[in-house]
Design a binder for this molecule. Structure first.
Ligand SMILES: [Zn+2]
Length: 203
């Protein structure tokens, strides 16, 4: 089963081909400059690509006995809209029973109203990309408040600067571990030195 997981190189080729991985001179909302940017929904706009990525990620969970033994009584959870197609794809591949997603409401991450304590199965939190880990940590707190625990966590891409574990014992699984380069504006940034025009990104 593990052999069927595409290599990180293969995944990166998919992300490049679909425009989800971009090279240039980007300025992030925090002001940092970077020679690369991930716009993950561009990979998920193609159903076949979305399926390949989600099935590959699902296999990382399937091989975990603690997780597979609890199927199908599992919830797949997305921290935000970007993770929703990942959650649906992983749910399909694992035949998990439930899906939930959080959204930002007034600057705060929340689930929709009327989800009751005790209704949520043990959770696998999935996202398209983990840049800092803040989104999955906030989502884990929300899940815990609903009386459920997180048994798995993963994303298509994880920045190596982000956390690789949730709490003490839930490893974060990913198809690509990406060493993101972030620079301050100016001499530190190779593209600034070359006077390359900048592109501002919103997320
Ligand atoms: Zn720059």
């Amino acid at each position: 089963m593990v052999d069927l997981i595409p290599s990180a190189d293969t995944i990166m080729q998919i992300l490049k081909r679909t425009g989800a991985f971009r090279e240039g001179h980007f300025v992030y909302p925090n002001g940092k400059h970077s020679p690369h940017y991930f716009q993950m929904p561009l990979a998920f706009r193609y159903y076949d690509t979305a399926r390949v990525l989600a099935v590959a990620l699902s296999r990382k969970f399937r091989v975990d006995r603690d997780i597979s033994s609890q199927l199908p009584k599992v919830s797949i959870i997305s921290p935000s809209s970007g993770g929703i197609p990942v959650a649906f794809g992983v749910r399909d591949a694992l035949s998990a029973e439930q899906i939930y997603w959080a959204e930002q409401e007034g600057g705060k991450r929340m689930f929709r109203q009327y989800i009751n304590k005790g209704e949520v199965n043990p959770c696998i939190v999935v996202d398209d990309i983990i840049r800092s880990g803040q989104a999955i940590e906030e989502t884990t707190s929300l899940v815990n408040e609903l009386g459920a625990n997180v048994i798995g966590c993963g994303a298509i891409v994880r920045f190596t600067s982000a956390t690789d574990k949730l709490g003490d014992d839930v490893p974060i699984r990913s198809l690509v571990e990406f060493d993101a380069q972030m620079y301050d504006e100016g001499d530190e940034c190779g593209d600034c030195k070359k006077n390359a025009p900048v592109e501002h990104v919103r997320f």
